[in-house]
Every structure is written in C-alpha cells, then in structure tokens.
Design a protein around this ligand. Structure first.
Ligand code: HEM
Length: 415
C-alpha cells in the first residue's frame, strides 16, 4: 500500500463514511501521518488507550480553531474583544492547572445521582416531542426530535426559558460549527457575531442570577469557589456555558440520537429486538456510541520527544485520536461493524474518552439517548427512509458525526 492509495480524511467525501479508511490504517499504519495536515492519526483501540493514559506526555492543549490555515483571524478576535469575551481554551483542550480548576466545577454537575433525579424530566421532554408529532407518519428526525431533545434538556438545566429555544438553537449551531475545521472564514466570522449575541444574553442572565439565585447551572456556576476560594471569572463563565456545555454536549448527543435512528433503520432485527425487549435500550445506546462515535477524534500534542507504535515523535507533534476508529477495532470488538445487543462489556468503547479528560456529561448523554429510544420504541415499531429524499449525509467535520437531515417514515405500534 502506497501513500497515494490512502484517502485524505480532510476530504468531506471521505468523512461521509471513514470506516474503510480507518480499517486500512489500523491494519497498515496504526500511527499514520496525514500528508495534508501533518497530524498523526491513531486508529487502534490499544494505541488510543496508550495515548490517553499518558496525559502528561500527550497534552490536550490544542485548539482545533487555531489549526485552521488562517489561524484565528483578527476580525474574529476583534468581534469578541469589542462586543463580548474572547473564549478561553475549553476544558477538553486545556491541561492542568487550568483544566483542574474548570473540571473541578464541571464534574459535579452531571453525576449519576443528579442525572437519575432529572430522568423523569428528560423522559417528559422526549414524550412531549413525540406528542407534537402525533398523527404524522413522515418526519425530519434531526429537526423534529434529535436536535430539540438535548437542547431542551440543557436549556432547562441552564435556566433558559422555553420561549427562547429557537434563538438558542441558532446560537448553539454557531458555537459548534467553527470546531469542525471545515467552516469558511466568512461563516466563522458570522458565528463569532452570533456567539457574542449569545454571550450578551447570558451576561444579562448572570447579572439577574447574581441578584437572585435560582436552582439552575448558571446560579451554581456563580456560587462556585475553587480550592483557593476564587470564583469563576466572567470569561470562564462564558467559556463554560458556550463551549464546555453547549459545544461539547449538545451536538454530540444530537449526533448519537440521529445516528442511532439511522442504524436502527439499517438493522431491522435490532429494532425488533428492542421493541420486544425494552431492557435492551441501554445496550443499544452503547452500541450507537461505539458504532457512530459522535466525537470521532480529539487532539493531543507531544510534550516532549516520544516513541509511539515504533515511530519517533518530537515535541509539538500533533496526534489525533480517532475514537470512531478505535471503537470498531475488531481486536477489541468482534463483528465490530454491526449492532450486537448481547455484546460482552458494551460500555468498554472510548466514545466518551477515558482518564483525565473523560467526558463530564457522559451520564447525562447516556440518559438522553436511552430516554429517546425508549420513548421512540414504546410508540413506534417501524421506521424507514423516505425514498423521495437523497441518501442521508453527514456534515463535513474532522470531529463530529452529525447527520444534516434524516427524512423518515414511522408507523405506530398496534399494541
Ligand atoms: C453522546 C454525547 C457525548 C459524547 C460522545 C461526548 C464525548 C466526549 C469525549 C470523547 C470527551 C473526551 C475528550 C478527550 O479525551 O480529549 C469529552 C469531554 C467532555 N465532554 Fe463530552 N460528550 C458527550 C456529551 C457531553 C455532554 C452532554 C456534556 C455536558 C453537558 C459534555 C461535556 C464535556 C466536557 C466539559 C468535556 C471535557 C472534559 C475534560 O476535558 O476534562 N459532553 N466528551
């Protein structure tokens, strides 16, 4: 196999279905330096774990936005500095001590206990979205269900009123898109303007909560004190709300719910099994996360010279861990490309990472996916792609795995 036989992962056509490429790389080049970007791709499960487990050797402080050919354009910095707050590095793209301080706040938010307490309200949101679709047999699943569900959940937790949800979605999209590494400069500038509008909205909310705290995450963030009793700064609050909670959490969960529906449409047997036996829904959720990992990849930067998979790396080299590839490694997961509702250790995938940076929202995301598919399979027992629409396509991104649209038909259960 020569270099020119290997497709480029920056090509949006390759991103549509990267799994063949991942398989080739796992077999022939477990640590593969992309000619187009210089990034080293890690595609095997074992190697991914080796990198993740050495967080001081392979640092997280890499900003995907700064890696764009034109870096972060001055116009964007100006938009933030004149109208709002320039975002700091997110929790997932920072290292100690900054990471420790921010994670200290974030990891208390979505504990298993808190998520358990919130489950009735998550179930109620899933049910209400399906109530709104009552009587319809054709829907655009991403718009009608996969997007609003996590957005309404996080909006509730943050304290954003339901009446602001439509605007909240436009802002939320604008926060996420620049992370794809595929957005044009014009779009990134537009996104920065929208992000500043969102910051202005939250600044007002923060001011209100400072006067009159409520039972929501904004009030909790204001009240938080780190080990040295320091509060979060305004710039930290803005970064937490817009990047750590919205960019990291919303689109990823939407992606899982959207991809999950597509997987069930492609595997009628798995759907039938879940419809008959709802206790399999949590395993289905793990299989969705494994098969179509919403966070396909994350960066690490070599802190010093290193040797990985018999390759010498030097300080500053960039590694991209492909969670989406590791999770289909047949050395770890037999029959990796299909849903197996009886898989041993279904939660052993790396869709949420592991170790120092393991996803702080994993318990919430898992519950949202479970609530979604429980509600769906309680009401419907058949889903299909509407033939008059194009084949479902994914948004171009080096990181995400978001379906642009999913036009489906659905039929109600008879019993
Ligand atoms: C299906 C949904 C989700 C997936 C697949 C996902 C995936 C991930 C992954 C892979 C990481 C680790 C990154 C790394 O090792 O570099 C991560 C970290 C993170 N996630 Fe999630 N996530 C999801 C949902 C959420 C939700 C709902 C939230 C919050 C509302 C959230 C907030 C975060 C934060 C703040 C981090 C950074 C943690 C750290 O660096 O210490 N995520 N997520």
């Amino acid at each position: 196999m020569t270099q020119s036989d290997i497709p480029d992962l920056m090509d949006p056509a390759v991103q549509q279905c990267p799994y063949e490429l991942y398989r080739t790389l796992r077999e022939h080049a477990p640590l593969y330096q992309m000619p187009s970007t210089g990034f080293h791709l890690v595609t095997g499960y074992g190697l991914a774990r080796e990198v993740i487990r050495a967080p001081d050797q392979y640092l997280s402080s890499v900003s995907p936005m700064a890696l764009a050919d034109d870096g972060i354009p001055q116009e964007i910095i100006d938009i933030y500095e004149t109208g709002g707050w320039l975002p700091l590095a997110s929790c997932s793209t920072s290292d100690p001590p900054q990471h420790t301080r921010i994670r200290g706040f974030l990891e208390k938010l979505f504990t298993a206990e808190r998520v358990r307490a919130a489950t009735p309200s998550i179930d109620a949101i899933a049910a209400s979205l399906l109530d709104d679709l009552e009587g319809r047999t054709e829907i655009e699943f991403i718009h009608d269900f996969a997007h609003p569900l996590p957005m309404m959940v996080i909006a509730d937790w943050l304290g954003v009123p339901r009446s602001d949800i439509t605007q909240f979605k436009i802002w939320s999209d604008a926060i996420v898109e620049p992370f794809s590494m595929m957005a044009s400069k014009e779009r990134r500038i537009e996104c920065a303007r929208l992000a500043v509008d969102m910051q202005t909205y939250f600044a007002e909310m923060i001011a209100e909560r400072r006067k009159k705290p409520r039972d929501d995450l904004i009030s909790e963030a204001i009240a938080y004190r780190d080990k040295e009793h320091n509060p979060l700064t305004m710039q930290e609050l803005m970064t937490i709300i817009t990047i750590d909670l919205l960019a990291s959490g919303n689109e990823t969960t939407t992606a899982a719910i959207g991809s999950g529906m597509k997987l069930l449409i492609e595997d009628e047997q798995a759907l039938a099994e879940v419809v008959t036996n709802p206790s399999l829904v949590p395993i289905l959720a793990e299989e969705i996360l494994r098969l179509e990992s919403p966070a396909q990849g994350m960066f690490r930067r070599c802190a010093g010279d290193a040797k990985l998979a018999n390759t010498s790396l030097i300080q500053g080299d960039l590694i991209n861990i492909r969670f989406g590839a590791a999770n289909r490694d047949d050395k770890q997961f037999p029959n990796p490309d299909r849903i197996d509702l009886h898989r041993a250790k279904p939660g052993s995938h790396l869709a949420f990472g592991m170790g120092r940076h393991v996803c702080v929202g994993a318990a919430l995301a898992r519950q949202e996916i479970v609530s979604a598919f429980r509600a769906l399979t309680e009401r419907y027992d058949r889903f299909w792609l509407l033939p008059e629409y194009d084949k479902p396509a994914y948004q171009a991104s080096l990181f995400g795995r978001n379906l642009l649209a999913l036009h489906i038909g659905c039929s109600r259960r008879q019993s």
